[in-house]
Design a protein around this ligand. Sequence first.
Ligand code: GLP
Length: 263
Amino acid sequence: MNIVILDTSQQIARLAAEQVIGVVQSCESPVLGMAAGATPLLLYAQLIHCYGKGQISFRSTSTFNLDEYVALPPDSTNSYRYYMQSNFFDHVDLQAKNSYLPDGRADDLQLAAKRYERTIASTGGIDLQILGIGTNGHIGFNEPGSSFASRTRVVALSDSTIDSNRHYFGESGAVPEKAITVGIGSILDSRGLLLIATGEHKAEAVRAALEGPVSPICPASAVQLHPKVTVLLDRAAASQLTHRDDYIKCQQTPPGLASATPR
Ligand code: GLP
């Protein structure tokens, strides 16, 4: 694992974007795994900025999002489809037919989940999976207890995840209690993982994920099993790491992160 601790979210976004761009430029038909939530917003803004400057094209890229709420229409402002369109897809040259999210409105959700898994496989698999982390250690919507062999499926959201996401839905909006998520086994199939976390509220989950036992109790701890992982943290998110100073001392510049300054 390459754990990089930086001062600001903006630095994290720049380094994350460099890694994404490195993958997109080095693959003929790049496949990116996308995450929603507040954390990757600056990364998407940075990618849009680089696209605007002509530094990158997503014309031949395919994207697969990690998850989608069940039953929310795609034009609902709280759906992850809406989030992706407004925060990324609508601002770059990604072809509409190449942006995939799980179909949370399918009549047969189990079938939709299986199909999603097959579609990912038919593109050759994910080159780089972007990941955030929930305060309870979830990745995608794989809640504590999710099997490391899990595939794309319908899941019930934990109370803590429903609470964490409540502010997006406003006072009166009911937070969906189910979602379709790519499984942990599917995430581990990706050729590279890029985990981003910022803020003190993520510090305990980050510690459990990176230094705790590898256990479904902390789904994000599965990243310890992957051979090619970059973790980008700000100091607040890294604050509970026991070996924090060692990570900073041994900090390497991951491929594609040329401007990462070793401390
Ligand atoms: C959400 C998403 C995850 C995301 C996580 C953290 O529930 N399903 O994919 O990584 O929670 O979100 P945020 O970045 O807003 O803290």
